[in-house]
Design a protein around this ligand. Structure first.
Ligand SMILES: [Zn+2]
Length: 305
C-alpha cells in the first residue's frame, strides 16, 4: 500500500520555489521573501501532493496549540517550519487567491473574496493592493507598464514570464521580489487543520445526519479553480490554479473524499497522517509501541489494585 492520494487529473502548469527564503519586516509586519541570491526551480505540486499537504497541516497543528501564543520558542518552531516549507514548495500566491479579479495587474480596483487572510475590506485600489506583496522591491525591480491595450510586468531578474499564457499576476508571484506575510500563511494552515478537525467531528456524528452539512462554510473558500481537457494516450483533466493555496485545497478535498486511503489523526501523538485503512490508528510503529506500553502499564497497575 502506497498511501498515495488518488488525484483526478493533472496539474496543468508548474509552480515555482526559490532555493532560499528569509524573514524581513516592513512597517512592523513580518514577511517571508526569497533571498537576494536565491535561484528558482519549477516543480509539479501534484507529484508531491501528500508531503505538501501534511507539511502544511503540521504548521497548522503547531500554530493551533494553545501554547503557541505565548511561547517564543514555539513561534520559532513554526517559523522554521514555514521556512522549510517555502524552500520545498514556494509561496502561496495569496495575491491571486484573495480577490475575484483574474489578472489583477492594471485593474483599477480589486474585489475581495470573503474571509481572505489579507483584509476585511470589500474592495481596494489595485496598485495599493499589489504594493502589499512587494514591500521590499526597490525602484526598477518590478515595474508595471501600461500600454494602450495591455499591461505587462517588467522585472530586473530572470524569473519566468508567461507572455499572456497565464494571468499577468503570475509573472509577479513568480518573481524574486514577491513576498507574503507570515500571518497569512499561519492563518491558512490553521484553517485547513480546523476544517479537518471539524470534519472528524461530523464523521463521528454522521449516523445522526439527515442531510448534507457543509464543513466551515464561512472559512473554506477554494475559489478561482479552472481546468482544461487534455488528450495524450487518454483524456484527462488538467487543473489550472493561480495559487498554491487553491492547489492545496484541491489536494485536501481529494484526500478527504478518497475511499482507499484516509487522512487520520494519530491516537498517540495527535499528528495528522495518511492511513491505509480506517483501522490504522497510529502514525508510526513507535507511536503504536508507546501506546501499547501505556496500555499494558495501565492494565498492570489496575490488576495490582
Ligand atoms: Zn503518532
Amino acid at each position: 500500500m502506497n498511501r498515495k492520494i488518488n488525484l483526478i487529473g493533472s496539474f496543468a502548469t508548474d509552480w515555482i520555489r526559490y532555493s532560499d527564503y528569509e524573514y524581513k519586516k516592513s512597517s512592523n509586519t513580518e514577511y517571508i521573501v526569497p533571498t537576494k541570491d536565491a535561484v528558482f526551480s519549477m516543480y509539479n505540486p501534484f507529484n508531491v501532493a501528500e508531503d505538501l499537504l501534511l507539511d502544511l497541516m503540521r504548521i497548522g497543528q503547531l500554530a493551533l496549540r494553545p501554547e503557541a501564543l505565548n511561547k517564543p520558542e514555539m513561534n520559532l518552531e513554526i517559523k522554521n517550519n514555514i521556512l522549510v516549507f517555502a524552500k520545498k514548495y514556494g509561496l502561496f500566491g495569496f495575491i491571486s487567491s484573495c480577490v475575484y479579479n483574474r489578472n489583477i495587474i492594471g485593474d483599477e480596483h480589486v474585489l475581495f473574496i470573503e474571509n481572505n487572510p489579507v483584509t476585511k475590506e470589500k474592495t481596494m485600489n489595485g496598485k495599493e493592493y499589489i504594493r502589499q506583496f512587494i514591500p521590499f522591491a526597490e525602484e526598477g525591480d518590478v515595474e508595471i507598464k501600461e500600454y494602450k491595450k495591455c499591461v505587462d510586468i517588467v522585472k530586473s531578474e530572470d524569473s519566468p514570464k508567461f507572455y499572456g499564457k497565464r494571468p499577468v499576476v503570475m509573472d509577479l508571484i513568480f518573481s524574486r521580489f514577491y513576498a507574503e506575510q507570515v500571518n497569512w500563511i499561519i492563518d491558512f494552515a490553521k484553517m485547513i487543520v480546523s476544517h479537518f478537525y471539524q470534519l472528524l467531528t461530523y464523521r463521528e456524528a454522521s449516523g445522526y445526519l439527515t442531510e448534507n452539512v457543509t464543513v466551515m462554510t464561512d472559512r473554506f473558500h477554494a475559489e478561482k479553480i479552472g481546468f482544461k481537457i487534455n488528450q495524450l494516450d487518454r483524456t484527462t483533466i488538467a487543473w489550472e490554479f493561480d495559487s498554491l493555496k487553491t492547489t492545496i485545497e484541491t489536494i485536501y478535498a481529494f484526500v478527504v473524499t478518497d475511499e482507499k486511503i484516509f487522512l487520520s489523526r494519530c491516537k498517540h501523538c495527535g499528528n495528522i497522517f495518511i492511513a491505509n485503512s480506517k483501522r490504522e490508528k497510529y502514525c508510526s510503529p513507535s507511536c503504536r509501541n508507546c501506546s501499547n506500553v501505556k496500555k499494558t502499564r495501565a492494565r498492570k497497575s489496575k490488576a495490582k489494585e
